[in-house]
Design a protein around this ligand. Structure first.
Ligand code: C2E
Ligand code: CA
Ligand code: CA
Length: 695
């Protein structure tokens, strides 16, 4: 009768002891039990196997000589099942005859010990067997991890034996490469599957690796059946004992993805047209390939004139842009390269001898300028084109684009529609512009900028509530230059990022300094469109305010209505981010962007600054007065502050006062002043200056 006794002790390894001799079982399990080992006893192989299926053990002690099923049979049965097959098994033999020991190892025994059993020795062997087993397990895990990492990376290995030209592949290589058949077994067979154009290169690489240990790393097209895969083969070069080893990686989908990313980065997402970089590259190639023919370059600025309510959906704007791109495609000559340089700026390049290309440009213009039909709406379109030709205006595409853009911009500035050929006059402006650009780069590097401050006062009490920081440039030859002249250039050249960062840092530092001196003002700082879109703007501002100990709400960021309405949905998201950090926000130059009042007030802003153009004529124009009244009334309802800008005289102030404006800013109070003068201004009329009294 088989006997089973469970001797369970916490922790310790759990050992299954299989022996028909009850004396030995008792001896061993008592002895091991003292050392903290949990021993499960059983007297025969069949029962042992059943037990092993029920619970798991860390090690088996197995007697060789047993009546029904001897130790060798039991061992074979244990090793035959995967789940229990790896468990360490120590054989107990009555004699140390070599044949029994050998037989045991052949069948997969881990170790053996002879009877009579020396308990100390047995304990040692158990510990040793278990440590070895743990090491093996870890190795197996590592191998499995490596295999799955290789699977994910679509990576495998190969080994080429030089003497017999035998090519071996890591397990699963053919599955990895999606092959229905086995991998090629020789270099020649393998090379025959490589795309003919890639074959020689790979052949040479393998041979120089074999002959002189040259490493290689090549991507080649592997072809079989109807499949073609892009596979990267590499080898460190040096061969070890007659064999060259290396890896392969299926990069087909990786390269496809990269190509897609490149395509996306070079093409405009909405219209699918090439962006500036690709457009220039294609045009350059075309220009170089048709030397002597010359190239016409047209830059096309397009504005669909949406009424303010239509800004509500940026879908309409997108649809309009799409339609314009379609028109551009269908009305351009077939050989033309077209692209979208910026939001509202398209371009066309065409090889032609024709140096009077106005006719072509004019007909394109007329087709593009037809009103757009979107839904039931008809939306007017304004088209301005700048034209340059390589035979007159420069031999490089970048020059042509610059010239055409300049012609276009000058026309836009003068509010001219139609087609404008680049002329030497534009060139002169262009020269000035280049000097300006160069000077501005120096200005940024040498800190030729400074800030001036203009007070904003409460219209009733005359108390200075806030100030606006305005940028100035001290040009070494020209003296102080106004921002109206250089800010657009900073924006176009990207220098605004640097200059804008300087303004923020300086403005915040100055506001904090004034605050420490007792002038706790709200400091308005102008943001450019580029700055607003800088991803880390909120963090930068937070850091600056922290550094200078300025409460966030004392900083008021001004963005113009035009900026806000350019992409109202995006702007709103950006403003929400700033608002969530408690920065104050204002809409500048309000009234010039023709936006719907209710729409703009839906932005998370605190202040609305009514543009100077309304103030100038307020004493004469009824319309202006009506607008100012409407703005102030709505703002008051929403709890927003209104500031009227550009108040130069008493009459203007009285008018805006009557219309309900809260604060005023303008030459009547003060011109923008450098820091020290501004501080003096604050200390003389800073705190309670009544406007009436001072005049
Ligand atoms: P803005 O933000 O509308 O600034 C008000 C402009 O009106 C200032 O011109 C100011 O000097 C001027 N001004 C103030 N009161 C009166 C007045 O009573 N009468 C008249 N005729 N003008 C008055 P400024 O300083 O030349 O700035 C022009 C524009 O340049 C600013 O218009 C603003 O859009 C931009 N700007 C100035 N500083 C910065 C800056 O640091 N960053 C950015 N991005 N833009 C700035
Ligand atoms: Ca401003
Ligand atoms: Ca303004």
């Amino acid at each position: 009768m088989n006997q089973t006794r469970l001797d369970v002790q916490a922790q310790g390894p759990s050992v299954l002891l299989i022996d028909d001799d009850a004396m030995i079982r008792t001896l061993v399990s008592r002895g091991l039990g003292r050392g903290g080992v949990r021993v499960t006893e059983t007297s025969g192989g069949a029962e042992a196997l059943a037990l092993m299926d029920q619970s798991s053990f860390d090690l088996v002690l197995l007697d060789v000589h047993m009546p029904d099923m001897d130790g060798f049979e039991t061992l074979e049965a244990i090793r035959s099942k995967a789940r229990r097959g790896e468990i360490p098994v120590i054989m107990l033999t009555a004699d140390d005859e070599p044949s029994a020991i050998e037989k045991a190892f052949e069948r997969g025994a881990t170790d053996f010990i002879t009877k009579p059993i020396n308990l100390r020795l047995l304990e040692q062997r158990i510990r040793y067997a278990m440590a070895g087993h743990a090491r093996e397990n870890r190795l197996r895990e590592l191998q499995a991890e490596r295999a799955s990492a290789c699977q994910i990376a679509r990576l495998g290995f190969w080994r080429l034996t030089e003497s017999d030209n035998f090519l071996e592949w890591s397990e699963g290589a053919s599955t990895l490469l999606g092959r229905p058949t086995v991998m090629p077994g020789s270099l020649a067979e393998f090379l025959s599957e490589i795309h003919p154009d890639d074959r020689l290169r790979l052949d040479v690489a393998f041979n120089s690796a074999l002959s002189s240990g040259q490493p290689f790393d090549l991507e080649s097209r592997l072809r079989y059946a109807d499949e073609e895969r892009l596979v990267r083969f590499s080898s460190p070069g040096h061969s070890d004992n007659d064999a060259l080893v290396g890896s392969f990686q299926d990069v087909t989908s990786l390269r496809k993805l990269e190509a897609q990313v490149l395509y996306l980065s070079e093409h405009d997402e909405l219209t699918g047209l090439p962006r500036q970089r690709l457009f220039s590259k294609s045009a350059e190639e075309r220009l170089a390939s048709r030397t002597g023919q010359g190239m016409l370059l047209v830059v096309i600025s397009i504005h669909h004139v949406l009424k303010f309510t239509e800004y509500l959906g940026s879908r309409i704007t997108q649809e309009a842009t799409l339609k314009i791109a379609q028109r551009l495609r269908s009305f351009s000559p077939d050989a033309a390269i077209i692209g979208r340089l910026e939001e509202n700026l398209f371009a066309l390049a065409l090889n032609t001898h024709d140096q009077q290309p106005e006719a072509l440009a004019q007909s394109l213009h007329d087709n593009l300028a037809l009103p757009l039909e979107i839904g039931t709406r008809e939306i007017p379109v304004r088209v301005v084109m700048g034209v340059a030709h390589s035979l007159d205006h420069g031999t490089e595409v970048s020059e042509l684009i610059r010239s055409a853009r300049l012609a276009c911009r000058l026309a836009l500035e003068q509010r001219l529609d139609g087609v404008h050929l680049y002329t030497s006059d534009s060139g002169q402006d262009y020269g000035t512009r280049l000097t300006l650009e160069a000077d501005l780069r120096i200005a940024c590097a040498q800190e030729q900028f400074f800030l001036v401050f203009q007070p904003q006062v409460d219209i009733h009490s005359g108390q200075v509530i806030g100030a606006e920081a305005l940028l100035r440039w001290r040009h070494p030859e020209r003296g102080v230059v106004s921002p109206g002249e250089f800010i657009p250039v900073l924006e176009e050249t990207g220098l605004i990022e640097q200059a804008g960062a300087w303004v923020l840092a300086q403005g915040i530092a100055d506001a904090a300094r004034l605050r420490k001196e007792g002038f706790d003002l709200r400091m308005g700082i102008n943001l450019s469109a580029v700055q607003l879109r800088l991803e880390n703007l909120p963090e930068t501002l937070t850091e600056l305010c922290k550094e200078h100990e300025l409460p966030h709400r004392r900083l008021e960021l001004e963005i113009t209505e035009g900026m806000a309405m350019h992409d109202p949905i995006e702007t709103r998201v950006l403003l929400e981010k700033l608002k969530s950090r408690d920065f104050s926000l204002s809409i500048d130059d309000f009234g010039t962007g023709h936006s719907a009042l209710s729409y703009i007030t839906d932005f998370p802003v605190d202040t609305i600054k009514i543009d100077r153009s309304f103030v100038i004529n307020i004493t004469e124009g009824r319309k202006q007065r009506a607008i100012v009244t409407a703005i102030s009334a709505l703002s008051a309802q929403l709890g927003l502050t209104t500031i009227a800008e550009g108040i130069e005289n008493e009459r203007q102030r009285d008018y805006v006062d009557a219309l309900g404006v809260h604060e005023i800013q303008g030459f009547l109070i003060s011109r923008p002043l450098p820091f020290d003068e501004f501080r003096l201004f604050l200390s003389t009329h800073g705190k309670y200056r009544r406007i009436q009294e001072s005049t």
